[in-house]
Design a protein around this ligand. Structure first.
Ligand SMILES: Cc1cc2nc3c(=O)[nH]c(=O)nc-3n(C[C@H](O)[C@H](O)[C@H](O)COP(=O)(O)O)c2cc1C
Length: 180
């Protein structure tokens, strides 16, 4: 904890500041659009109501102990709710569940409307996900204009025949194609 990244340069003089360039936010977004991500919906029950947020930054962190996490815009009202929950659900969406992602981008109160879901292990699970996990909070770590939710993995499952995942890439949804 607390170790500095980049200290390995040691006695070799590396003028990092002169190499750094001002990063334009739009350029940042365009470049990072080239990095494909998963599409998950992180859910919770907060004060008796289901809460959902589409999250592409979901990542596995540690095997022992089992940790996973995701980044949220620090100012997100939905994150504010999720971070108060004792249990979080992670719905990893399949290629045929783009409608679930779109629904979960609606205004917060409308996100579950018309979707097939139920509370499983303390958090809302959508029918037909390609993988499902439940998490409990471990730590919230400041990360610029985001916060990283480091979580304990308490349960994880995949169906016997999971569908392929949906991918977010270049600002849109994609599905996998086999390489010829
Ligand atoms: C494919 C996809 C991935 C996303 N990934 C993230 C993410 O990792 N972190 C985040 O804060 N917002 C992410 N978002 C945006 C949030 O889902 C969206 O801003 C959020 O639902 C806003 O909720 P709020 O306005 O109720 O706080 C993503 C959106 C999409 C469509």
């Amino acid at each position: 904890m607390g170790r500095t990244l980049g200290a390995a340069a040691g006695s070799i003089s590396v003028d990092i500041m002169s190499e750094a360039e001002a990063i334009d936010p739009l350029h940042f977004r365009n470049v990072m659009g080239q990095v494909p991500t998963c599409v998950t919906v992180v859910t919770a029950v907060v004060e008796g109501a289901p809460v959902a947020m589409v999250i592409g930054s979901f990542v596995s962190v540690s095997l022992e102990p089992p940790l996973a996490g995701f980044f949220c815009t620090a100012t997100s009202a939905t994150w504010e709710q999720l971070r108060s929950a004792d249990v979080l659900g992670v719905n990893v969406l399949g290629a045929d569940q783009i409608d679930v992602s779109n629904a979960c981008m609606r205004p917060p109160a409308d996100r579950f409307e018309g979707l097939d879901w139920s509370v499983v292990g303390g958090a809302p699970k959508f029918a037909g996900t390609t993988a499902w996990l439940t998490l409990t909070p471990n730590q919230v770590i400041d990360a610029g204009d985001h916060e990283f939710a480091l979580c304990n993995v308490t349960h994880m499952e995949v169906p016997d025949e999971p569908s392929e995942p949906v991918i977010f890439y270049g600002g849109g949804y994609r599905t996998l194609a086999p390489k010829e």
